[in-house]
Design a protein around this ligand. Structure first.
Ligand code: F6R
Length: 242
């Protein structure tokens, strides 16, 4: 595990973008595993800026995203498909045919999870997986539990998550998706490189617990301690307890 200390959010974003840019330069036809959420937005913004300056070329890149809400059409503004297009894909020259996310509209969970695992296998696995971390140590939608989930699977969102998300769905809890498809822990661990971005005081405790505590499925991110090439880029606040 390598820990890179950044001054603040912008510095964290720039450092993480440098690592992703290096991956794309070293292997132009690489497979990038991508994440949504607030933390990586600055990283994507930086990548777009370098693309605009002619520094980066995504034409041969394949992407596989971590997760997607089950039951939400791609076009919905809160789908992760929309998030990724808004923040990255619409602004760079990635081939639309090389963009992969779980299909939230396939309500046959077993079939969709098997399809997505097959997509990841077919593209040759993930070269670099970008991750954020939840306050409870979740990665993707792998929530604390008594065992690590392996491949892509369907999860029930926790009532707190549904409640927190209702602000994006006209404040109506009935419109919030209740399930999601997520890559499993094994798939994440099989990525050849894992890059986590984390910022803010509110994440300091979980960073300490995840990377300086025991490896346990009760803290899903703790499994990354076992990864041979795991890089954590955090700002001062997030790393303040380690
Ligand atoms: C995103 C994802 C989540 C987030 C995590 C942190 O695809 O799977 O695990 O990385 O919830 O979210 P933020 O960055 O919003 O704090």
């Amino acid at each position: 595990m390598r820990i890179i200390r950044a001054k603040d959010y912008d510095d964290m974003s720039r450092k993480a973008a440098h690592i992703i840019a290096a991956q794309v330069i070293l292997k132009p036809d690489c497979v990038l595993g991508l994440a949504t959420g607030g933390t990586p937005v600055g990283t994507y913004k930086q990548l777009v800026e370098w693309y605009d300056q002619g520094e980066l070329d995504f034409s041969e890149v394949t992407s596989v995203n971590l997760d997607e809400y089950r039951g939400l059409p791609r076009e919905h503004p809160e789908s992760y498909w929309s998030f990724m297009h808004r923040n990255l894909f619409d602004h760079v020259n990635i081939d639309p045919a090389a963009i992969n996310l779980p299909d939230g509209t396939n309500m046959d969970a077993a079939a969709e999870c098997a399809r997505y695992d097959e997509v990841i296998r077919r593209v040759g696995g993930v070269d670099l997986q970008l991750l954020g971390i939840g306050h409870d140590g979740h990665i993707g939608f792998n929530e604390p539990s008594d065992a690590f989930d392996l491949g892509t699977h369907c999860v029930d969102l926790k009532p707190e998550t549904i409640e927190a998300n209702k602000r994006f769905f006209d404040g109506n809890v009935d419109l919030v998706p209740k399930q999601a498809y997520t890559m499993g822990t094994r798939t994440i661990l099989q990525a050849r490189k894992v890059l986590m971005v984390v910022n803010g005081k509110a994440k300091a405790e979980i960073v300490k617990k995840s990377f300086f505590g025991p490896v346990t499925p009760e803290v899903p991110a703790s499994i990354l301690q076992m990864h041979p090439d795991f890089v954590l880029v955090g700002d001062e606040e997030a790393l303040s307890l380690i």
